[in-house]
Design a protein around this ligand. Structure first.
Ligand SMILES: *Cc1c(COP(=O)(O)O)cnc(C)c1O
Length: 383
């Protein structure tokens, strides 16, 4: 790509600014200040409070599930999701190498071992084909337990991720997991408000885990959420994230090693105000996506759009360049011009702590890892 100047002026015009243009910034034009002030005045700023209950009910309804449990961030939601699904020491968890590091970290926190299968080129999320191929080659189901024939370890869970808010083929993945007795946990940290065949992200597996970090579509400052239809799993999640304290008027009795993982009321207040604006944010971002699309079409560059079965939140928008050299030149020139762009993540097995993990061919992940670049994607107040 040689049209750097065209891109820089287009994006500056899009966001009506000649200042530094960040990748994604939060916007607080709703009830954020009001709710936070209320929280401070109530003195309930910590992990018990009305806004925590309220955001759990909002997310429960939003995800069309029975229960939601709020956590301090998305990483703890993933960590806890694995724990309450019984994933532990020496289990294997199938995931994608093309993801943010938190996905693989959460697996490791539980003493489990990530197994990396390829993504689909079009969705950039876990490939059902690659998953099935891995299982047919390496796994067997004995007495309802899926085992890796080579390592002898249990394959306990599969954790696909919806890259940048584009949905992976999650229904196919769900039926494969079902057939092979593997628990499905959705890392839907990036996909709040995205849908697959009309069904909300987070609704497809045993547990869905969201993130509300400051760079996501809606933010709690820091926050996460587990959603599930399983009452027992939700009860256990709430118990473990609340230091495993057995409820009692005055007595401190903890029946196991628990965690201080609950979302504070202060953060929940911010998130409640943000969730009121989610639809507005997504409609605005989808409009921006269309403008990018027609610009990049005219430049002969691929701008990634949602596929037929997907309604995307367009969290971080992205283009696909021809090769790594072009990508690096684009990154250098745009960042030099004060327009923030970022490459997609390095593949997990290229990081030192995951270098020995099993991986399949990784054809698609490798190509995408070299070619995909994120471009400014914030809400546009002036639209
Ligand atoms: C943001 C993100 C997380 C982690 O969320 P935090 O709230 O930052 O802990 C996990 N997985 C993916 C794919 C993410 O993008």
């Amino acid at each position: 790509m040689s049209q750097f100047n065209e891109f820089v002026s287009f994006v500056r015009n899009l966001y009506s600014t000649s200042d530094f243009l960040p990748l994604h910034v939060p916007i607080f034009n709703g009830n954020e200040k009001k709710y936070i002030l209320e929280t401070i005045e109530s003195t309930f700023v910590s992990s018990v409070g009305a806004y925590v209950n309220r955001i759990e009910e909002i997310m429960r309804a939003h995800s069309s599930v029975n229960r939601a449990v709020a956590t301090v961030n998305g990483t703890t939601a993933l960590d806890m999701a694995l724990k309450v699904c019984g994933v532990g020491q020496n289990d294997e968890v199938i995931t994608q190498a093309l993801t943010f590091v938190a996905t693989a970290n959460a697996i490791s926190y539980n003493g489990a071992i990530p197994v990396f299968v390829d993504v689909d080129y079009d969705t950039m999320g876990l490939s059902p084909k690659a998953l099935l191929h891995f299982l047919e080659t390496h796994a067997t189901v004995e007495n309802g337990v899926c085992k890796n024939k080579k390592t002898g370890r249990r394959i306990a869970a599969c954790m696909p991720m919806h890259t940048f808010g584009f949905m992976c083929r999650i229904d196919e993945i769900a039926s494969i997991c079902d057939e092979w007795s593997i628990v499905l946990i959705e890392d839907t940290a990036e996909a709040i408000g995205s849908k697959y065949k009309g069904r909300p992200s987070g609704n497809f597996g045993r547990v869905g885990a969201f993130s509300f970090n400051g760079n996501k579509v809606v933010t709690a400052g820091g926050g996460g959420m587990m959603v599930t239809n399983d009452e027992k799993i939700a009860d256990l999640a709430k118990h473990l994230t609340t230091t495993a304290k057995v409820p009692h008027k005055w007595d401190y009795f903890h029946d196991q090693i628990g965690y201080n993982f609950r979302m504070p009321n202060l953060n929940a207040a911010l998130l409640c105000a943000q969730m009121e604006q989610l639809d507005k944010f997504i409609i605005n971002k989808r409009e921006t996506a269309l403008e990018y699309k027609s610009f990049f079409d005219s430049m002969g560059i691929t701008f990634r759009m949602e596929l037929e079965d997907c309604y995307a939140n367009y969290w971080l928008m992205c283009i696909e360049l021809d090769n790594q050299r072009e990508r690096d030149e684009f990154l250098a020139k745009t960042n030099d011009a004060g327009v923030m762009t970022r490459p997609i993540w390095k593949l997990m097995f290229d990081l030192p702590m995951f270098k020995d993990c099993y991986r399949d061919s990784q054809e698609n992940a490798s190509l995408l890892s070299e070619r995909i670049v994120n471009i400014p994607s914030s809400f546009r107040p002036k639209l």
